[in-house]
Design a protein around this ligand. Structure first.
Ligand code: ARG
Length: 462
């Protein structure tokens, strides 16, 4: 049992049970919104004064009280009172404690329902901008890797089976393409976050003569929400952000998975520097790729957060329901995790050394230029299906004899098809195979260099 007085205490005879207070409180996690909550309140207060709803004396005292609270929170001199349910009530209570009666006027024409939406939008708007910046940094790291490895040939895989030789640079730029889409999606999502909900009040708007456009302009929102009921119950922008984060994590997780496989002794394509790996507490010889493994693992957490917000929203009756408070932890966790992963992945890219010889050696194995020989036959006028069949028989022959395509004699080639000539040897080399893919989007050195040039030009224009 407690007897703390609540801002909404008027209609209640009994005070709130302690365990109910604890159960319903969000202060432990929503206190991170303090800066946005105060920023919104300052503008709301200025608007109330401008509209003559409060006096200019009250305005001054509210704003100086809020400034004071902000400073105390930032310098860690603020103690959240035990009965403050959430950040909105904590700030309001502190304000009333400090400036008295005028503090009680701040909440005029406003509800926590539109206030919390405003805070979340202000917060996420900033975080999205930060995330877009971090994506830009990671994109830059991938371009650096591509430039460093422009001559590195490696086996390209499908089904994790050797398929065709590719440039390692082409591989890095593939990830960069994914990150471009991730950035675009976040910019789109930013538009829908960037809408000002205050004035929707509890659900129906307010009867007081407030000025919503003024609030929007002062807080740098290009538009205001058009329906008060939608505004207080909408969390689409949060679900959308977490979905975008999920795709971004999925991309990082795939990159990490490759690095994990490639750093195994069996592949030995890449070495992750000691400073970015960890040891085993029992096996002295071990060097483990924990950083990429954790990024891969944390992707699961973000998917969980997406399912959480979608499930919280499903079937909620209009309009605000307390369930909506459950939007915060999944969102905050997503933002923190995502930023952490983007930071460390960018740093890790600078700590990779590629085993170029091994990659090249492996690229030549596994009959990876079989398609090139088929394409050579096509140029000679053989229908592709027949060419496929001929080369298939050559590969079977090589497997049986333990040979590779490069070592076959002209006589051997001709035993499969009379029309073979010396030109075929150009088609079995991995360098030529890579450079033959000289069409836009292909892996030839010329095309990859062209793409890098394009990217650098875009970067300069920015
Ligand atoms: N802490 C609440 C939340 O995060 C703020 C809104 C409370 N509104 C209410 N009607 N109880 O959703």
């Amino acid at each position: 049992m407690t007897t703390h007085k609540k801002p909404w205490g008027g209609r209640f005879k009994d005070s709130t049970e302690r365990q109910v207070e604890e159960f319903t409180a969000s202060i432990n996690f929503d206190k991170r919104l303090y800066r946005y909550d105060i920023k919104g309140s300052v503008v709301h207060c200025k608007m109330l004064a401008k509209q003559g709803i409060i006096s200019s004396g009250e305005e001054k005292s509210i704003i100086s009280g809020l400034d004071n609270i902000l400073e105390d929170i930032e310098t860690e001199n603020f103690s959240y009172s035990v009965d403050s349910e959430d950040i909105h009530m904590a700030v309001e209570k502190a304000l009333i404690d400090r400036i008295g009666e005028a503090g009680g006027k701040l909440h005029t024409g406003r509800s926590r329902n539109d206030q919390v939406s405003l805070d979340m939008r202000l917060y996420l708007r900033d975080e999205v901008t930060t995330v877009i910046g971090l994506i830009g940094i990671l994109k830059g790291c991938l371009v650096e890797l591509a430039k460093n490895e422009i001559d590195t040939i490696m086996p390209g895989y499908t089904h994790l089976q050797k398929a065709q030789p590719i440039l390692l640079a082409h591989y890095f730029l593939a990830y960069r393409e994914m990150l471009i889409r991730d950035g675009d999606r976040l910019k789109e999502c930013h538009k829908r976050i960037n809408v000002m909900p205050l004035g929707s009040a509890a659900l129906a708007g307010t009867g007081l003569p407030i000025d919503r456009e003024y609030v929007a302009e002062s807080l740098d929102f290009p538009e205001i929400t058009k329906n008060s009921m939608d505004a207080v119950s909408d969390r689409d922008f949060i679900a959308e952000f977490i979905f975008n984060a999920s795709l971004l994590m999925m991309h990082m997780s795939r990159f990490c998975e490759d690095l994990i496989i490639w750093s195994s002794e069996e592949f030995d394509f890449v070495r992750i520097s000691d400073s970015f790996t960890t040891g085993s507490s029992i096996m002295p010889q071990k060097k483990n790729p924990d950083v990429p493994e954790l990024i891969r693992g944390k992707t699961g957490r973000i998917y969980g957060n997406l399912v959480a917000i979608l499930t919280v929203m499903k079937g909620l009756p209009m309009t605000y329901d307390r369930d909506l408070q459950e939007d915060k932890e999944p969102l905050f966790d997503t933002v923190d995790t995502l930023k952490g992963c983007l930071h460390i992945l960018a740093a890790m890219t600078k700590n990779l050394t590629f085993n170029r010889e091994k990659m090249l050696k492996e690229a030549a194995k596994g009959f990876s230029t079989a398609t090139d020989i088929a394409e050579y036959l096509v140029i000679k006028g053989v229908p592709f299906r027949d060419a496929h069949e001929i080369v298939g028989r050559i590969v079977a022959y090589c497997i049986e004899k333990g040979r590779d395509l490069q070592s076959l004699t002209m006589e051997e080639f001709r035993s499969f098809y009379e029309g073979f000539d010396n030109l075929v040897y150009d088609f079995v080399s991995v360098e030529n195979s890579v450079n033959a893919r000289n069409i836009p989007g292909g892996t030839s050195k010329e095309m990859v260099l062209k793409r890098i040039e394009e990217i650098e030009k875009e970067m300069q224009e920015k």
